[in-house]
Design a protein around this ligand. Sequence first.
Ligand SMILES: [Zn+2]
Length: 278
Amino acid sequence: MLRQVAEGVLIHESEFCQSNAVVVHGRAGVLLIDSGVLGDEMACLADDLSDAGQTVVAGFSTHPHWDHLLWHARLGAAPRYGTARCAATVRDRLPDARAKARIAEQLIPLDIAGQVPLDLLGLITGLPAEMAQIPWDGPQVRIVEHQAHAPGHAALLIEERGVLVAGDMLSDVLIPILDLNGTADPIEDYLAALALLEGVAGDVGVLVPGHGSVGGTGQVHARAGQDRAYVRALRDGRALSDPRVGPSAQDGWDWVAGVHARQLQALARRSERDGTPG
Ligand SMILES: [Zn+2]
């Protein structure tokens, strides 16, 4: 079920929201980034890895949203990491089983709710903010943390393989979804994050978004440009021409227009509250 996208880097695309799980081969086993969503898909991934004689030696969650915090018992008991802010946010939002049940009820779409294993949801260890790389025995994986989409969001740069794992940034199917909870300036934060990603990874050959299609050479800049145009239009209240919202959106992605409408409303409320025009 795995598809190679670069030397020693493979992905599995879920049926749920084109979520991409990423496998990176190391010397003693694999690193698994955002392991997947549906239980049977994660079990199948675990089987394929063990058939190939591989064990998972480390996991990483790019950010504290439920669909990036899952795990399956068959993937084993390797340490699972996230940024310190990501782990702290998980601790806040998922203190106990009741909170997990609430997440399941409120956030997981009904049609898949029974297929998402929650036992191991969010069991991650925060890496100290000064740690610039994932601690594991494999190609260097640089943690590029930024303030956008969710607290402690991190992209991962595997420089020697020319791969950027972008988390929920730089998607061809999802518009930029801002982190509107408790951040002073989500718009400028998002623009700064796009600039940061372009600065460190503009010339990578393989871009793997959390949801959507893998991009090739030039796609970091192309998608960052599209995302910047979206965020600026949102900020300035300008009309939007974005293929991800509206009638040209891909089949099954019409809900993205609803996300856009909610962001517009939330920003309008913010500017009313702050007394700023626009
Ligand atoms: Zn997310």
